[in-house]
Ligand binder design. Structure first.
Ligand code: GCV
Length: 657
């Protein structure tokens, strides 16, 4: 089957046909017949050849430039080997269709280089077996959250007006993009499971099966978010108690029916006892009890339950200084280590709070050595500019994945999987902001190799999306993306303190927006200082949740890294940071610098006008105006707020309101 064409109006710039030229202009042989995934590979090569004049055939013997060698279709093995003698052919060998597909996309990344010189045998295999994207898509339009919760790229690509969109071409084109990024699993509905969405598990499972059929063609398994209360709301039972025999039987039967229609179904994603979602606490049971009940239902079919660790009290009293939201996940889950079933994966947000631009790495990730873990990142930019600002997150994610919680093993090696909250919708550019595509690509590639240099990954994305681009465009794109995360950090909440966003929608500044609210996200600024005391000595004790190697570093303001110092300490405005300035002067300086950096990026983008397709250029240019407006608003609100609280003037006499 030929590769899917995105529907009319969708910008094809991601994976553009020209990226296939090196492949399509050569003679390819596919050796060994397989099933649908090998057919997918054949279709990709055949389409490229039809466009660029090469040829593709089955079997061996004939002279060729590229051999794709596959032993069979079956199996979960995703690895492939690349080898080439000086005079060719280039050979990709895989034990199954999954590996062959990854090999194909690897060839695209290598471009002409794949067909030059000699390649010693190179084995490629993903470091993390699970590389998943979670869609927070609702089937209905939610009255507050809209259709895609925290979605900034239009409506859902799966659902519209309370029903499935039935657009197989779009879903298949999307599956192809995900496969090209290295992603192998997708959850198709929001973790906040409302009434309509709950029914995807039972009478509406056919709609999920139709999506799964498209994803399957590109080696991606489909998962579903389910409500813990399903036995009550769908099954009419009186309880959802995970130790109740009838409840367990209900889940067993419901799961069996899912597998009847989706034989390769990946499993469930569950948000329980969190922000109003039902969970095992209502029955006096633990989260291991809850997860294991679902794991038992899935086990006979080879499925997995993803149980989220994002559990905290969202009805906190702001007057209560002893309750610390940052502590919650560790307090709930660390004692349960060793109790989770083998097919249960604890899905942990990368930081202890909620996808802020800067957070320490969650200590939960290092606290459950006998539990399978997936680290959750937010590709959708809820707190990082909502896909109106350029904020390429590769550098931040890489820092998380390389962080050594025990001083030795990087997070990327502690985890079994990486999960990203999707940033895709029915927007013509897929991701709202055209440059936000780079975040999705980088997420997938870092899931494949958490140790990869993120800047090289960024360059891969630039090369794949702009094949043959002149150097000025390549370096311009790199310049505006690389560093954009740090610019965003500079003009928003300072020194790791977090939030300061408008409540509810979370876009734009509101320094005290959450200060007297129940959500547990405070900064405690007063006339003398700012920050949260999370030390063991005088604060909430959060710092002591880390292994000694980090607990000691974070416990003292003298050793705590500047970028996290207000996350761990309440400090006077005059406190001297390790970097040499005072807290207050740092706030002023970074906010002026952040706006200057956005201005420079906007100007760089303007200089690329003749090198970028006009409508794409115009869209980004327009978004830069909004980013600059918003960055100035952040600067002026944050600087004015702290000037008014502290009374300390800016050492450089710049305008503060
Ligand atoms: C899906 C944050 C977001 C919520 C989201 C929640 C979660 O609180 O603001 O929209 O809900 O995280 O991760 O479950």
């Amino acid at each position: 089957m030929p590769p899917p064409v995105p529907p009319d109006g969708i910008d094809p710039a991601w994976l553009p046909p020209a990226a296939f030229r090196p492949l399509g202009s050569r003679r390819t042989l596919i050796r060994g017949r397989g099933g649908p995934l090998v057919e997918t590979v054949y279709g990709e090569v055949a389409e490229a050849c039809a466009r660029f004049g090469g040829s593709v055939g089955w079997g061996g013997g004939a002279a060729c430039d590229l051999v794709l060698d596959v032993a069979g279709e079956a199996g979960d093995d995703e690895s492939f080997t690349l080898v080439r003698d000086a005079d060719g052919p280039t050979t990709v060998t895989a034990s199954g269709g999954r590996g062959l597909l990854h090999g194909l996309f690897h060839l695209l990344r290598l471009g002409e280089g794949a067909f030059r010189g000699r390649w010693e045998p190179e084995v490629h295999r993903p470091a993390l077996p699970l590389r998943m994207l979670d869609h927070w898509d609702n089937v209905d339009v939610h009255p507050v959250m809209g259709q895609v919760e925290r979605g900034y790229a239009g409506g859902s690509i799966f659902w519209v007006d309370g029903r499935a969109r039935h657009e197989p071409q779009r879903v298949r084109a999307y599956a192809r993009l995900l496969a090209a990024c290295g992603i192998n699993a997708v959850a198709v509905n929001n973790v906040n499971v409302h009434e309509t969405e709950a029914r995807l598990l039972t009478d509406r499972i056919g709609e999920v099966a139709a999506l799964a059929a498209q994803f399957r063609a590109y080696g991606i398994r489909t998962h579903l978010s389910v409500t813990f209360a399903a036995p009550i709301v769908l099954g009419g039972l009186a309880t959802a108690d995970p130790l109740d025999a009838e409840v367990r039987e209900w889940w067993g039967e419901a799961t069996r029916r899912v597998y009847d229609v989706i034989p390769d179904f990946g499993g469930y994603v569950v948000k329980a006892d969190s922000e109003g979602q039902p969970g095992p606490f209502a029955y006096g049971r633990s989260h291991a009890d809850g997860a294991n009940m679902l794991a038992a239902a899935l086990a006979p079919h080879g499925g997995t339950v993803h149980w989220r660790a994002f559990v905290y009290d969202h009805r906190q009293d702001w007057r209560d200084r002893s309750t610390d939201r940052a502590r919650a996940a560790y307090d709930h889950f660390a004692p349960l280590d060793g109790e989770f079933a083998a097919n249960a994966v604890l899905q942990v947000k990368h930081g202890p709070m909620d996808f802020q631009v800067r957070e320490p790495v969650s200590p939960v990730i290092g606290a459950l050595p006998r539990t399978r873990l997936a680290v959750e990142l937010q590709v959708t930019q809820e707190y990082t500019g909502q896909q109106r600002h350029v904020c390429w997150l590769g550098q931040m994610w890489s820092e998380v994945l390389r962080f050594r919680l025990d001083g030795e093993t990087p997070v990327g090696q502690l985890a079994d999987g990486l999960v990203g909250v999707s940033n895709v919708g029915d927007d013509p550019y897929w991701t709202g902001h055209p440059l936000a595509q780079a975040n999705l690509y980088t997420f997938g590639r870092l899931a494949w190799d958490p140790g990869a240099d993120p800047r090289r990954v960024l360059d891969e994305w630039i090369a794949l999306t702009h094949p043959g681009a002149p150097d000025a465009l390549v370096s311009g794109l790199h310049a505006v993306l690389d560093g954009s995360w740090r610019s965003y950090e500079k003009y928003t909440a300072p020194l790791g303190v977090g939030f300061m966003v408008q409540p509810g929608h979370h876009y734009g500044p509101s320094v005290d927006g959450y200060e007297y609210s129940p959500w547990g996200t405070y900064h405690f600024a007063d006339r003398d200082g700012v920050g949260v005391d999370r030390t063991a000595a005088t604060g909430t004790g959060y710092a002591a949740q880390y292994a000694k190697v980090w607990a000691d570093v974070y416990e003292s303001a003298a050793s705590c890294p500047d970028e996290l110092v207000l996350f761990f300490h309440h400090l006077p405005y005059g406190h001297l940071l390790r970097g040499g300035s005072t807290v207050i002067q740092h706030i002023y300086d970074t906010h002026f610098d952040g706006v200057a950096e956005v201005t420079a990026a906007r100007d760089t983008w303007a200089s690329l006008r003749d090198l970028v397709e006009p409508s794409r250029h115009a869209r980004v240019a327009e978004l830069y105006e909004e980013q600059l407006r918003s960055a100035r608003e952040w600067r002026d609100q944050v600087n004015s707020y702290f000037f008014r609280k502290s009374g300390v003037p800016d050492a450089h006499g710049r305008r503060i309101h």
